[in-house]
Write a protein that binds this ligand. Sequence first.
Ligand code: FAD
Ligand code: EPU
Length: 340
Amino acid sequence: MYKRQLEYQSLKKLNTFGIDVTAKYFAEFSSINDIQEILSNSKFLNTKKLILGGGSNLLFTQNYDGLILKNNLKGIELVKQDADFYYVKSAAGEVWHEFVMHCIKHNYAGLENLSLIPGNVGASPMQNIGAYGVEIKDVFYELEAYNLADKTIRTFSKADCKFGYRESVFKHELKNKYIITSVTFKLFKTPQFNTSYGAIETELAAMGIIDKSIRAISKAVCNIRNSKLPNPAEIGNAGSFFKNPEVVRGKYEFLKIKYPTIVGYELENGNMKLAAGWLIEQTGWKGKILGDAGVHKLQALVLVNYGNAKGNEIYDLSTKVLESVKEKFGVELEREVNII
Ligand code: FAD
Ligand code: EPU
């Protein structure tokens, strides 16, 4: 039986920005039956709906005038294995980091670089979460999702998900059309250590690690993250507010002449990805505070709520940052956080 349906539920504790808004309708589901039961209520037929996981990649700019469906599907299962891989299926409502820790405990390798990312397993394919040289598309096998229109469950392969940098089909043509109910990962029996991302090797050395392990890499990633990303339990935020922009090489070369310290990485298509945090820092926004909204002092890519900022204040600050970067560098930043 799903959790009692509530009206005008506060969402303050259900979004990591800590924005004080309400949902007109709110219901929590722990099974497919719950979903069906909730949706069978005729009241919700033409009501807009939002699936909520950990609320760590959302910015509410107003009260939500619809139904929030909070995902509480639980369970982790080793569904099969072959000579090289474990296939591990997690229900969508599992907490991402706890799932990563479960995999590390059982020596299922491949998720260690993605330690400590907030949120739930079900949201991980939405934007193909990534960190420290790994994206979930690298270890993704398939997912199951409930179609809100025809009420069937569909299995999506990796190709079906159309993963890209912080992108998937669920952010575009299938936006708000499916509830992701489980995700299955194809994890290595023999670890493929990926420590190419600069700070990991340095951190492992500082930890005195000589023999690498998935546990040690996870710990190193946690240490690095804790040193520069604000903890939402202390300061409201949703991680990187913008994506790192992609520019053609010519544009990068042009900027490099004027700004020799610009940070950029070459992509497979020959284009360059610029570090948005660097661009923002150069505009002078890093550490700035407007009311209760601010640009974090250690990581300029992260916008923060120092207390009672309204969603619109954070949004307006993001517009100012965007405009400054555009004016100084002629580079268009794109918001990564879902604006509701
Ligand atoms: P929510 O914020 O609840 O939802 C995000 C979107 O997904 C919404 O549109 C929602 O409707 C939809 N959605 C959620 N669950 C489902 C579902 N089951 N079915 C269908 N749609 C669904 N991200 C990275 O990629 N890399 C990082 O390194 C990283 N670091 C972060 C650090 C901090 C401090 C914070 C606060 C965030 C960070 N993020 C990072 C962003 C965030 O953690 C991820 O995007 C995460 O996957 C969001 O999960 P969630 O459950 O909180 O999603
Ligand atoms: N930088 C600055 N100033 C800043 C911040 C960064 O100059 O204020 C420079 C750094 O010095 C470094 C470069 O920018 O040279 C990259 O910085 P960092 O390694 O901190 O990573 P990022 O590009 O800012 C991305 C992801 C993060 C992810 C990390 C680690 C995006 C939008 N962000 O940040 O993801 O954790 O790499 O892989 O791709 C998120 O999506 O919410 C998120 C936190």
